[in-house]
Design a protein around this ligand. Structure first.
Ligand code: ZN
Ligand code: ZN
Length: 261
């Protein structure tokens, strides 16, 4: 079985120091490819550097909405440059976060739109971070989104109705270990409406270990197996079939070389 962690932060301090062991444990668990996701100019560079050390590891480069306030024309030009590296498979994470509001909303919207433009110019998929900002996110995607097949909502936290709206646009949806949490009924209802050809898996590590490992403070790609097991069961599929379908979806979405998994 081969699973792909489509959204991890292997460059964050907690994991970076031990990354060889983290990757080895992941392989043992059947999670055999990774997309490590940048959040600011420094992390983007680190993500690309890290992918050069591991086969089957890819990078996404983007500016997180938290950091939107500092973004200048130079930041965007530099991002576009980095995005042309051959290990970069997506723009992200980008989007809107009205839960934390760490950057003014007008900056978040501006920087999100600028990144959608880069993705369109370079024909790359986009990894969307959306928290408490569903309507504005959809509006900006309607205005600037170009290829409906190349948008994924990561760490989906919306309702089943919102999932249906996202799917109606042709977009993909990705789930973290949150779907396994006892109080996550809403996320489970959403997961039920997402077919395997639109569904992807991620850890978003080092955050949010899935049940039954939730107490493990540091999440890592190996633990994504629990999320895969949980979702397979939720969909009344056996794990190898579910894994095969979701991995095929992921390989196509990110245009990964098929030998990579
Ligand atoms: Zn995020
Ligand atoms: Zn993330």
């Amino acid at each position: 079985m081969e699973l792909i962690d489509t959204h991890c932060h292997l460059t964050f301090d907690d994991l970076a120091g031990d990354v060889e062991a983290v990757v080895e444990r992941s392989r043992q668990a059947g999670v055999t490819a990774w997309i490590t996701v940048g959040t600011d100019p420094k992390e983007n560079q680190k993500a690309i550097d890290l992918t050069n050390r591991f086969e089957n590891m890819y990078a996404a480069v983007g500016i997180h909405p938290h950091d939107a306030r500092d973004v200048t024309a130079d930041t965007i030009a530099q991002l576009k440059q980095l995005a042309q590296n051959q290990k970069v498979v997506a723009i992200g994470e980008t989007g809107l976060d009205y839960y934390y509001d760490n950057s003014p909303r007008h900056d978040q919207r501006r920087v999100f739109a600028q990144q959608l433009k880069i993705a369109a110019e370079l024909n790359l998929p986009v990894i969307i971070h959306c928290r408490k900002a569903f309507d504005d996110t959809m509006d900006i995607l309607d205005e600037h989104g170009r290829d409906a097949n190349k948008v994924v909502f990561h760490c989906f936290s919306g309702s089943a109705d919102q999932a249906k709206i996202v799917l109606g646009k042709g977009y993909h949806i990705s789930f973290t270990g949150v779907v396994t949490f006892r109080n996550a009924d809403k996320t489970r209802e959403a997961a039920k409406v997402v077919p395997p050809d639109k569904l992807m898996l991620e850890t978003d590590c080092p955050y949010m270990s899935p049940e039954p490992m939730r107490k493990q403070k540091l999440n890592e790609p190996a633990l994504m197996l629990h999320t895969a097991q949980f979702l397979a069961e939720l969909k009344a599929m056996n794990l190898p079939d579910f894994a095969q379908k979701v991995t095929a979806t992921t390989t196509t979405f990110f245009n990964l070389p098929s030998k990579s998994i």
